[in-house]
Design a protein around this ligand. Structure first.
Ligand code: PLP
Length: 627
């Protein structure tokens, strides 16, 4: 287990039991219920929900919301802060209906609201939140339809804020407000000058595409005063980036936001709310490090830093403490989902057994390579590595020019592999191995073919090299002996996971167990609840996976709260404008022609058309044989 760092990134939600199985732990007060993920896979399979699948544990979603709200409440008490925390979940981070519903339902006890970045998301927020204490925060570009809807929400008593991202939005809001006679709740999003570490740092700085410059901010205040609507300006919004790894960045961002906040109050805006956006990170690596996939702080420190910074900035100025709003997305939902898949096949780079001797007429270069393989030892392994590479490449040149045949080329490739394998063993045994050979096991790594699409299920691993924790969900009592990269089943060489977190930094390979014949070997990619599901695409027409939401009871029993079968082939074809019915008819015509040509019988035609129809109805991923 330690090899996979689960105790570092698992946040106590994931661990390994005595039987070597990965378990999910759901806290119930001081107690917890633990369930082996393999048991959940088994229960899914009994229900016809095969791999790959997205498994969501609803309790973890609930626990994250509770932890976030409780941590703010504790910091508020500790610093004698004179106002409350009101979180909002940004819908874009996971728009799935059952996720938003769970957040809305469970979050109600904390008045946890929703953030909407588009008209569609506003509609979700208006329908799914059922109380007037939870905030709705509207970011993004807003047309008059969007604004009218938000104004009607205001009229109904819903605390729905429009956040001005550009000055151009204001005249539309003012016009709609005057036309309907409804006053909006307004916020302004500032363009923070704070520099942020990590990958997602384009949300701040002068070149950020979001937020108002200070000049534009003054323009907004002037326009609001002219329209006699300065009383509507009650919120300052500041989002300096997602996955902020460094707590200092957060403190700096809050400090700057407070200065804008007090500046706006001095300009006559009533204010009352300070929205600090997202940014609370997830430690995907488990290294507590300032890196794109980690963070140097915990939840309690995050809340304390925010509460303390606001208090220190505003109390001396005699400014009343605002309601603190944050829009934590990633930290709310990442833990609750994992992608599960089975390994279909393994390609290794082990050499085939060598013959007892080379044929006598073998090419001289091949004989040299043979001698290298015989001579290798702990003193000369580096030299042997160079020689083997050299002779192998020379032999490849000869093959290229037609001077040796296929069998000699194959023999050379295999001999070189035999040398590299011995070199790798020597390297593993050396105290101070030659630095150039430190990554030789990566060059010899196996390829484990997983039944999933990176593009559909882990788009950020492909697009921005994000690291997610990966671990087998069983056999964890056994030492894994293989070094591997994990390839998906798309026909794309980018479709592989080759960045893995480890205590020594990011590695290109992961240690896995030798796959046994006939054995199902299951891997999990963890912490994938944020951003991955709807950003995914249909590369090679691999569609949505099966999705299962389970609720775990205190006694460890499973409740399959929701289950969704993934896309069928018909579904994905229709997404790209094919009509499966027409395709069936087209194929029927071909089959009929084949009957006419005497290639198949009419009875065979029936079987073939049924196979075509069954394929249309089938899962887009690899389906295990059911014959
Ligand atoms: N709020 C806004 C305005 C955002 O742009 C984002 C994402 O970048 C978030 C909230 C969510 O951020 P996070 O997932 O880091 O909590």
């Amino acid at each position: 287990a330690q090899l996979y760092g689960v105790n570092d990134w698992g946040a106590d939600y994931f661990s390994v039991n005595e039987a070597g199985q990965a378990v999910v732990n759901v806290p119930f007060g001081e107690q917890k219920a633990s369930v082996a993920i393999l048991d959940i896979i088994q229960a899914m399979s009994e229900r016809g929900l095969e791999m790959p699948a997205m498994l969501r544990i609803e309790n973890l979603l609930d626990d994250r919301i509770a932890k976030l709200n409780n941590a703010f409440a504790e910091a508020i008490t500790a610093y004698d802060y004179q106002n409350v925390y009101r979180g909002v979940f940004p819908i874009k981070v996971n728009q799935q209906c059952h996720v938003v519903e769970e957040i809305a339902d469970y979050g109600r006890r904390f008045s946890h609201g929703l953030e909407a970045g588009s008209k569609a998301e506003l509609i979700i927020a208006l329908a799914k939140l059922q109380d007037n204490d939870s905030l709705i925060v509207c970011n993004g570009y807003k047309d008059s339809e969007f604004i009218e809807l938000g104004l009607y929400a205001r009229e109904m008593g819903i605390p729905c804020f429009f956040i001005l991202e550009t000055p151009a939005e204001l005249p539309i809001i003012i016009k709609a407000s005057q036309r309907l006679g409804i006053k909006p709740l307004l916020g302004v999003r500032i363009r923070s000058s704070v520099k942020v570490d990590g990958h997602w740092n384009a949300d701040s700085g002068d070149r950020s595409i979001f937020g108002l410059s200070t000049t534009a901010l003054f323009d907004v205040v002037t326009q609001l005063k002219a329209a006699d609507m300065i009383d509507c300006l009650q919120l300052l919004h500041c989002h300096i980036g997602s996955q902020i790894p460094n707590i200092r960045n957060i403190r700096n961002g809050v400090q700057e936001a407070c200065q804008f906040y007090s500046g706006l109050q001095a300009e006559g805006a009533p204010m009352g709310y300070l929205d600090l956006g997202g940014g609370l990170a997830v430690d995907y690596e488990g290294t507590r490090n300032i890196s794109s996939n980690s963070m140097n702080y915990g939840l309690d420190e995050y809340c304390a830093a925010i509460v303390e910074t606001i208090s220190e900035a505003l109390t001396p100025k005699g400014i009343a403490h605002p309601v603190i709003v944050t829009e934590s997305g990633r930290a709310t939902v990442a833990y609750s989902s994992m992608l599960l898949f089975n390994i279909l096949d393994v390609r290794n780079h082990d050499p085939a057994p060598l013959p007892d001797a080379l044929p006598e007429d073998s090419h001289e270069l091949l004989q040299n390579l043979w001698l290298v393989n015989d001579a290798i030892n702990s003193q000369n392994y580096q030299e042997c590595f160079h020689d083997a590479e050299y002779y192998r490449d020379q032999i490849r040149q000869l093959f290229l020019h037609g001077q040796i045949g296929l069998s000699e080329r194959a023999c050379a490739d295999n001999l070189a592999l035999a040398v590299f394998e011995k070199v790798a063993k020597e390297v593993a045994q050396q105290n101070r191995p030659a630095p150039e050979l430190l990554d030789i096991h990566e060059q010899l790594a196996d390829v484990y073919y997983g039944n999933f699409s990176l593009f559909q299920s882990l788009p950020d691993a492909w697009a921005i090299d994000q690291v997610f924790p990966v671990m087998p969900v069983h056999r964890l009592e056994e030492r894994p002996t293989r070094h591997a990269v994990i390839a998906d089943i798309t026909c794309d060489c980018d479709g592989q996971i080759n960045r893995f977190a480890s205590v020594d930094g990011i590695k290109k390979t992961i240690r896995l167990h030798e796959k046994q014949e006939q054995e199902d070997y299951y891997l999990g990619v963890f912490l994938v609840g944020a951003y991955q599901e709807t950003l995914g695409d249909l590369h090679n027409l691999f569609g949505d996976t099966n999705v299962v939401s389970v609720h775990i009871s205190e006694d460890g029993s499973l409740n399959f709260a929701r289950e969704f079968h993934g896309d069928s082939i018909s579904d994905v074809l229709s997404y790209v404008e094919y009509d499966p019915k027409i395709m069936q008819e087209e194929f029927r015509k071909r089959a009929e022609a084949a009957v006419k040509q005497g290639k198949i019988t009419a009875v065979k035609r029936k079987t073939i058309l049924k196979a075509f129809k069954d394929s249309l109805d089938g899962y887009t991923y690899f389906e295990s044989e059911t014959l």
